[in-house]
Design a protein around this ligand. Structure first.
Ligand code: C2E
Ligand code: CA
Ligand code: CA
Ligand code: CA
Length: 276
């Protein structure tokens, strides 16, 4: 702390100052990340245990900065949301997703990407999305948008009609991080959802805890009733995979199948496209 001329102390120390400075420089660097080619998209496979093949990918943003190194999305996404940069970031990720899906055409894959609540509520977002989707000439079911329950809290009616527009275009809707938010059942009833993604926190303890097992069973049963798919997130071990499939969920995303990979690693993983 620094002593002022009147002898009292102000709440300031160097550590705190450095923190603020770092945050400031980080935010400035983030705003330059797209033009300096630092903001990349990785793709994590989604695997169908029934057909024993990869059926889709989730696009995940990666930021590799020269000064700060790898910054995790858990850090830069909230930063981008706060500064408003999420709009550019989201459009960049959307573009990567569509280009990737186009390059994978004919393989029957669905590529999903995450949309922040803030983006979804933006007036021009849906029109922009559809115009880019049409620009790429993507076929129905080749794209899915992942939304979180928190994004729905505010205006369920508005979001519902927006999502219905997307569905009419052939874009799928995934409900992300299911089970971590509030009053999920209302959303399931109201929104045009194609698939529910069970949050990793349930999968983490599914092998050892009966409660987690029961929750997954319940979600799978509910989804089946509502004609929705279920994707289990964060499956890391064979034991978890066995528990999840025994509960009736055959769509898997997690390190046990693969970590998120860059585009050049995708083709070797998929192999040659199957002849129809
Ligand atoms: P999410 O949408 O729930 O994405 C899944 C996260 O779980 C990813 O973390 C993924 O790498 C991680 N994951 C997948 N399987 C496993 C596993 O088996 N074990 C473990 N430990 N982790 C696994 P990531 O890439 O760090 O992203 C974190 C979050 O940041 C995402 O959570 C999403 O909410 C957000 N995010 C990432 N990219 C974007 C983006 O382009 N736009 C927006 N709005 N948010 C994004
Ligand atoms: Ca997601
Ligand atoms: Ca998730
Ligand atoms: Ca998450």
């Amino acid at each position: 702390a620094k002593q002022t001329h009147r002898g009292s102390y102000v709440l300031f120390n160097e550590d705190h100052g450095n923190q603020i400075d770092r945050q400031f420089r980080l935010e400035r660097a983030l705003k330059l990340s797209i033009e300096s080619d630092e903001l990349l998209c990785y793709f994590q496979p989604q695997y169908d245990c029934n057909s024993e093949r990869i059926v889709g990918f989730e696009t995940l943003a990666r930021w590799k900065n020269a000064e700060f190194g790898m910054i995790p999305p858990s850090q830069f996404i909230p930063m981008a949301e706060k500064s408003g940069f999420i709009k550019e970031l989201g459009r960049h990720v959307m573009e990567c997703t569509f280009a990737f899906a186009k390059s994978m055409e004919g393989r029957g894959l669905t590529v999903s990407f995450n949309a922040s609540p803030m983006e979804l509520l933006e007036v021009n977002y849906i029109d922009y999305l559809i115009s880019r989707y049409r620009f790429y000439g993507l076929s129905p079911n080749s794209i899915a948008i992942e939304i979180t329950e928190s994004s729905l809290m505010e205006s369920l009616e508005k979001i519902t009609s927006k999502l219905q527009i997307l569905k009419k275009q052939g874009i799928q809707i995934y409900l992300d991080d299911f089970g971590t938010g509030f009053s999920s059942l209302t959303y399931l009833k109201t929104l045009p959802i194609d698939a529910i993604k069970i949050d990793k926190s349930f999968i983490d303890e599914i092998v050892t805890k009966d409660v987690e097992k029961d929750i997954v069973l319940m979600i799978v049963g509910l989804a089946r009733r509502l004609n929705m798919e279920v994707i289990a997130e964060g499956v890391e071990t064979e034991e978890q995979l066995n528990c999840v499939t025994r509960a009736g969920c055959h769509l898997i995303q997690g390190y046990f199948i693969s970590r998120p990979i860059c585009q050049s690693e995708v083709l070797p993983l998929l192999g040659q496209p199957k002849k129809q």
